[in-house]
Design a protein around this ligand. Structure first.
Ligand code: S3P
Length: 437
């Protein structure tokens, strides 16, 4: 089967959509419900490749999880939590697929458990840095070894008997932070973590709701080991993923005469740096119907093409809150007046692909002027994009970003490696078609 799609310019995007459920929250819901005591319900779970890697991993650890797929894409999970000490030794290697969140967060839980386990992943995940979790977990007392001097998957873990540490994180990463918070639940004492910049806080919110003793003050997090205490099960409803919505927000802004309503979107402020930037760029965005759903802010986003976007300078503390929106932000930048510069984004080199390189290469092929730096890039705006054959490097967000760029390009754009969209957004192309006029 061909793994590419040919896309052409559209006249406009119009309509109402509900993007798929949040990937980060879906991972965390399965993990935390699995180590809670008793039955949790997770409504609107994201049934995509990444989150299924997490779900299947916890089944391997002995957790019973029922999937009720219901109407449409709305999956309800019933998770029979085993309690913090109830997981069992897996009989075979745990395959995290493409999912960094699965590998890094699970390593924190496995480090707390006194059995043997081994983790691996696909070609991309096996090249992504794991020392960032292995080093602090070893400091807490876990026995871990991994490929290439403890830097890459596969890795093996023999955990248990963790002690709390004070850890100053060298990189802003919600995955590392969450890994250490989870290990902290198993540790004796209070684990203190300081992050260099604020990253997404879904783990902290969910754990608080489950009764864990976790305290967040700015960039400092303190989590107390559970000891004999239990985590309470939850009944949660997951909102749509802001990062998935971002592709259509951008589409609505750059395809002339577009107007769309995106419903039920997670608006956690640690995730919505993209909105701040595009508002500064002059975008028409209205946030409507703001509400709280299961401890996360949710809203509907109304956006409209107005033209007249202006270039932006993006760096510093805002970066973690728009890290996954970098590819689509680059596409937007090609249509803004002036030169957009993104710096301080070296983490993008170690995502599902080297996203700085992948965006620079593809946008140049489409006719944009791009300069690449070690930690970011600059893009000259008001570009007339032309169709090209694009390598997505099998990275879901690269494939989706160029699919949006194709909507304003002359001629045909071929996106290669499109099955990767199933990592986070099954149904992406159908949704795009539904909106295209
Ligand atoms: C995620 C955190 C981010 C993000 C990834 C999901 C999470 O990664 O890029 O898509 O769910 O915690 P880092 O924490 O490595 O920056």
């Amino acid at each position: 089967m061909s793994d590419s799609i040919s896309l052409k310019r559209v006249k406009k995007l119009r309509g109402k959509i509900v993007p798929p459920p949040d990937k980060s929250i879906s991972h965390r819901a399965v993990m935390l419900a699995s180590i809670a005591d008793g039955k949790s319900i997770v409504r609107n779970f994201l049934r995509a490749e990444d989150t299924m890697s997490t779900l299947n991993s916890f089944r391997k650890l002995g957790v019973k999880i029922e999937e009720n797929r219901g109407q449409g894409k709305n999956t309800k999970l019933t998770i029979y939590g085993k309690g913090i000490h109830g997981l069992k030794e897996p009989a075979s290697v745990i395959d995290c697929g493409n999912s960094g969140t699965t590998a890094r967060l699970m390593s924190g839980i496995l480090a707390g458990n006194p059995f043997f386990s081994a983790l691996t992943g696909d070609d991309s995940l096996r090249q992504r840095p794991m020392a960032r979790v292995i080093n602090p977990l070893k400091e807490m007392g876990a026995e871990i070894s991994a490929r290439n001097a403890d830097k890459y998957l596969p890795m093996k873990i023999k955990g248990g008997h963790l002690k709390a540490i004070n850890y100053k994180m060298p990189v802003a990463s919600a995955q590392v932070k969450s890994c250490l918070i989870l290990a902290g639940l198993y540790a004796k004492g209070t684990t203190a973590i300081t992050e260099p910049q604020k990253s997404r806080d879904h783990t902290e919110r969910m754990l608080k709701a489950m009764g864990a003793n976790i305290e967040v003050k700015g960039l400092n997090i303190r989590v107390q080991g559970l000891g004999n205490k239990k985590l309470n099960p939850v009944d949660i409803t997951i909102p749509s993923d802001f990062s998935s919505a971002a592709f259509f927000i951008a589409g609505a802004l750059i395809v002339p005469d577009s107007e769309i309503l995106i419903k039920n979107v997670g608006m956690n402020p640690t995730r919505t740096g993209f909105l701040k930037v595009i508002k500064e760029m002059g975008a028409y965005i209205k946030i409507e119907n703001i509400r709280d759903v299961s401890g996360e802010p949710v809203a509907d986003i109304h956006c409209r093409a107005t033209g007249n976007l202006k270039a932006a300078k993006i760096s510093g503390d805002i970066m973690p809150s728009l890290i996954d929106e970098f590819p689509i932000l680059c596409v937007l930048a090609t249509q803004a007046e002036g030169v957009t510069k993104i710096k301080g984004a070296e983490e993008l080199r170690v995502k599902e692909s080297d996203r700085i390189q992948a965006m620079a290469e593809g946008l140049r092929k489409m006719g944009a002027e791009v300069k690449e730096f070690k930690d970011g890039l600059s893009i000259k705006g008001n570009a007339k994009l032309k169709g090209a054959s694009i390598d997505s490097y099998k990275d879901h967000r690269i494939a989706m970003a160029f699919s949006i760029a194709a909507l304003i390009a002359s001629g045909k754009t071929i996106i290669n490696g499109i099955s990767s969209v199933n990592i986070s957004f099954p149904g992406f192309f159908e949704m795009l078609k539904k909106l295209s006029r």
